[in-house]
Design a protein around this ligand. Structure first.
Ligand code: PEP
Length: 257
């Protein structure tokens, strides 16, 4: 079966002591071993949380990385630096990076290359905004985000990609995609990957849903055959809510075993 993943994107939230506290609370939930559980705290907390989780099955991700290895890029962090801390995953192309930091598909392509060059798995975010959804352009938008930033990769490289479909209109708004809307887009993405890389690669590519996913709606979203878990923002900031989402995925894995 395809890997199932629940990843928490903490964004720019929590002080250092709050981040350590939340990590302790998440560890105390004794989360599933059937689901890959990832947390993505802010950069300054990575090493401490990596140490705190080292004897657990919780993985640590960065929220971003720069495309260059090093140099005069004040305030940035490279994939090379993350790899030197043994960080295994990074978000790339979150809609907030695209919107507020003007990250384009071609720049994100360079970031994907940088992450893979350092054996860091990209959690590549894509998704349409409200205007694009209402104009029925959502398939084209997601297609070009994926094609422009990922489809130069070799098959061997693509096997390390995790895709997160995050409709921008659902992020932090409390307005979730319906399970049918999520499944429709995830199936579309899987088909796109299949046409480019073949069915055996598309069958193992995890495609996560993100956008106001919470303890109450996770189960219905995750039941869809092409939804392999979630990228969780707001609901990942409370250990019990995050655990409930992981457990929703776990129950589905167990039921389908
Ligand atoms: C996100 O920012 O990746 C996200 C999914 O946020 P939220 O769950 O808060 O909508």
């Amino acid at each position: 079966m395809r890997e199932k993943i629940v990843a928490g994107n903490w964004k720019m939230n929590k002080t250092f002591s709050e981040a350590r506290q939340l990590t302790t609370e998440i560890l105390n939930q004794n989360l599933s071993t059937e689901v890959t559980v990832i947390i993505a705290p802010p950069f300054p907390f990575l090493q401490s949380l990596k140490d705190a989780t080292k004897n657990s099955n919780i993985k640590i991700a960065a929220q971003n990385c720069h495309a260059k290895e090093e140099g005069a890029f004040t305030g940035e962090v490279s994939a090379k630096m993350l790899a030197s801390m043994e960080i295994e995953y990074t978000l790339i192309g979150h809609s907030e990076r695209r919107a507020y930091f003007h990250e384009t598909n071609s720049f994100l392509k360079e970031k994907v290359n940088a992450a893979l060059a350092h054996t860091i798995k990209p959690i590549f975010c894509c998704g349409e905004n409200l205007k694009e959804r209402e104009a029925n352009h959502f398939f084209e938008v997601v297609k070009s985000q994926i094609e422009d930033s990922l489809f130069h990769l070799t098959e061997a490289q693509f096997e390390n990609i995790i895709i997160a479909y995050e409709p921008v209109w659902a992020i932090g708004t409390g307005k979730t995609a319906t399970p049918a809307q999520a499944q429709e887009m995830h199936a579309y993405i899987r088909n796109l990957v299949s046409k480019k890389y073949g069915s055996s690669i598309s069958a193992i590519t995890p495609i996560l849903y993100g956008g106001s996913c919470n303890a109450s709606n996770a189960s219905e979203l995750f039941k869809n055959p092409d939804v392999d878990g979630g990228l969780i923002g707001g609901a990942s900031l409370k250990a019990q809510d995050f655990a409930a989402i992981v457990n929703a995925m776990e129950s589905i894995v167990v039921a389908n075993a």
